[in-house]
Design a protein around this ligand. Structure first.
Ligand SMILES: Nc1ncnc2c1ncn2[C@@H]1O[C@H](COP(=O)(O)OP(=O)(O)O)[C@@H](O)[C@H]1O
Ligand SMILES: [Mg+2]
Length: 266
């Protein structure tokens, strides 16, 4: 559905950010994109949506080419974005207006707006906050409203670019749960993160490293077979414990001590 074909990208000539990137994301997949800071994750997200164009190669979404200006608005409608900072995402004054604003922009008929609003706020469990203003909401709630505004526009894909990284643990859990719910409902979810705890619920993991797509496959296989620390990434807690418990013998070893020591470094 979303295909990168030998994509190269740089901001400044001679300083490649992405080199020869090829992959296809299928409809309904839940894909995590990981990599160290500056590895090009946000750049890839902007390329997906046609906010940036490849210097070489091509990017197609359902046969539409991001390099074709005539097809770009259709691509924008089908691919929604949730960004890192919940503070930056509120444009209007109330939760209701925030969702309606996007719908007006894409000229949804008046009589359809209300049901879309209701459904979108239910999807993020914010239906009781219709008249709430931004300062009355926590970071996690603001992020959920941002998601509702996108859900209301009925995209096929939602890209979350480090959307949980500024949230407290509770807000983070809520947003992760919503990603999973939306995935179950059939949306394609692309989750960009450098928190490895968060990628275990993805079906597929893409790793960016020094401009290349270094890994494309099952997240558990990634943690089991790749030198994760070399990419400035941390193993998830559960994977660390699993590995350690299997490395100690005999099985009567101090497993509580192991868990305690790992917990404190988590
Ligand atoms: N607008 C820009 N102009 C020039 N360089 C940029 C711009 N945005 C990002 N970069 C550079 O491109 C590289 C990849 O950045 P980015 O895609 O933001 O990485 P990530 O999201 O993985 O942290 C970094 O070296 C970054 O400094
Ligand atoms: Mg980024």
């Amino acid at each position: 559905m979303l295909t990168f074909d030998q994509v190269h990208f740089y901001y400044k000539k001679g300083q490649p950010v992405l080199e020869d990137i090829s992959f296809t994301i299928n409809a309904g997949e839940f894909v995590a994109i990981v990599g160290a800071n500056g590895s090009g994750k946000s750049t890839i997200a902007k390329l997906m949506d046609g906010l940036l164009l490849p210097r070489k190669g091509s990017i197609q979404f359902k046969g539409l080419d991001t390099a074709n200006p005539a097809e770009l608005s259709e691509i924008h409608q089908q691919i929604g974005f949730v960004f890192q900072n919940p503070e930056d995402q509120f444009i209007t004054t109330t939760v209701m207006d925030e969702v309606l604003f996007g719908l007006e922009n894409i000229r949804v008929p008046r009589e359809e707006m209300h049901s879309r609003l209701e459904h979108a706020l239910q999807a993020v469990h914010m239906e009781d906050y219709l008249d709430a203003m931004p300062h009355q909401l926590s970071g996690g709630q603001k992020q959920r409203v941002a998601i509702a505004a996108i859900v209301a526009m009925r995209p096929q894909v939602i890209i979350f670019d480090e959307a949980t990284s500024m949230l407290d643990p509770q807000g983070r859990q809520q947003v992760l749960a919503i990603m999973q719910e939306l995935h179950r409902q059939g949306l394609t979810i692309i989750q960009i993160t450098h928190h490895m705890e968060e990628v275990l619920s993805a079906e597929r993991l893409l790793l960016l490293h020094q401009g290349r797509l270094e890994f494309d496959g099952d997240p558990l296989a990634f943690f089991e077979t790749m030198p994760v620390a070399d990419y400035q990434l941390q193993l998830p807690f559960a994977v660390r414990i699993h590995a350690l418990l299997h490395s100690v013998a005999p099985p009567t070893a101090d497993w509580k001590g192991i868990i305690r020591s790992q917990w404190s470094t988590n």
